[in-house]
Design a protein around this ligand. Structure first.
Ligand code: BGC
Length: 373
């Protein structure tokens, strides 16, 4: 039954595509599929994919990587798409979703701002026969047809182990460790924390490390992270290691450490292999980041979306448990990689960042030292 609705909607969408100006701010529509070649009547009409990104401030990745790679995949497949960014605004997120559905999207891919508002969007889409994909963040109790992400607990494990490696190299004695966690409304932040807390708890329990302040940063807001960390350091000036959940939060902590002449002495973790994070590593101010090959994530999600847009039932590679509904969500989960000074070059070799953007000014010499060609 679902399939019937899907192909009907797809056909209707294909008919209106040529007329519909779907885009808006940051939107990009590829209407190639509207020009159906004559004699292709027996071919199933390809639908249209709507993608909603969460914001452009909590991490550089959404606009510099995810948008780019998704666009490339849809263009290559010749499938119509519309990618928009909700800029952290939950009402706007809902409005964009409504517009996408009105404009004929047959597949909706979202990175939710929280599970509650994400679920409202998914419910509406499903009620209209639109196929749904959770991209990067699982919408708890959301019931999306697919979920594409990384093994996020493993991301956290790599962060915890990375901090241990850097503290060991510094020969830190009973270091006090502060934790700057991601947004409390992001299921990924919970998974990252599960991963690094398992590593750190063992150290706290054995008395090797001392548990310091531990706080979540609402909406991954980098500015708030700075304020929070400043307070942490005021209350506990002996913080000797910082588990920051991504590069943006890490940079906020590094900025405060710099003011206190502690940068480079107190290892800080990160995630996303952003240019800023990698430069902080090259400078010796950040201990590590986690590289997630977003091209692979975007390609996997786009492949599912393209299949759905064509009325197919694409296969996932596994399932993930929705901890709220108990459902097993068909999923594709990719493998993250820990990055330290010595393998920053891997991220460049993979084409995720270029030498030109990374090795600017004073970083040129560091890049040479790190073997970046
Ligand atoms: C993503 C991270 C990102 C964070 C903030 C998480 O859900 O997995 O890559 O740094 O959101 O945008």
């Amino acid at each position: 039954m679902r399939k019937g609705i899907l192909s009907l909607t797809a056909a209707a969408a294909a008919m209106t595509l040529g007329l519909t100006a779907c885009g808006g701010e940051g939107g990009d529509t590829n209407a190639q599929t509207s020009a159906a070649p004559s004699g292709a009547a027996s071919q199933p009409a390809a639908g249209k994919v709507g993608v909603i990104l969460p914001d452009s401030k909590s991490s550089a990745r959404w606009e510099t990587a995810d948008r780019k790679y998704l666009e490339e995949a849809f263009k290559t497949a010749g499938v119509a798409y519309d990618i928009q960014n909700a800029q952290g605004d939950k009402n706007q997120f809902q409005t964009i979703a409504d517009q996408m559905i009105t404009n004929g999207a047959t597949v909706l891919m979202i990175v939710n701002l929280d599970s509650g508002t994400g679920k409202a969007v998914l419910d509406k889409a499903k009620a209209q026969g639109v196929a749904t994909i959770d991209y990067d963040r699982l919408t708890l109790n959301g019931g999306a047809s697919y979920y594409v992400s990384f093994d996020n607990t493993k991301v956290g494990t790599l962060q915890g182990e990375g901090l241990v490696k850097c503290l060991t190299e510094k020969k830190a004695d009973k270091p006090i460790v502060a934790e700057l966690n991601g947004s409390p409304t992001d299921n990924n932040a919970t998974l990252f924390k599960n991963g690094y807390d398992a590593v750190l708890k063992a150290k706290y329990d054995s008395g090797e490390y001392v548990k310091g302040p531990d706080q979540s940063v609402p909406d991954w807001d980098n500015a708030q992270a700075g304020t929070i960390f400043e307070q942490m350091l005021t209350e506990q000036p002996k913080i000797a290691g910082v588990l920051a959940a991504n590069d943006g939060l890490g940079n906020a902590a590094i900025t405060v450490l710099k003011k206190n002449n502690l940068n480079g002495k107190v290892p800080v973790t990160g995630q996303d292999a952003t240019v800023q994070g990698l430069q902080n590593i090259l400078a010796g101010d950040q201990c590590m980041t986690v590289y997630k090959a977003i091209k692979k994530e975007a390609d996997a999600a786009a492949a599912l979306a393209i299949g759905l847009a064509k009325g197919e039932k694409p296969a996932a590679t596994g399932t993930v448990k929705d901890t709220e509904s108990g459902a097993d969500v068909p999923a594709v989960l990719l493998d993250p990689q820990a990055i330290f000074f010595d393998n920053v070059k891997d991220v460049v070799a993979d084409g995720f960042v270029t030498k030109e953007e990374l090795c600017t000014g004073d970083f040129a010499a560091k890049c040479t030292e790190a073997g970046i060609q």
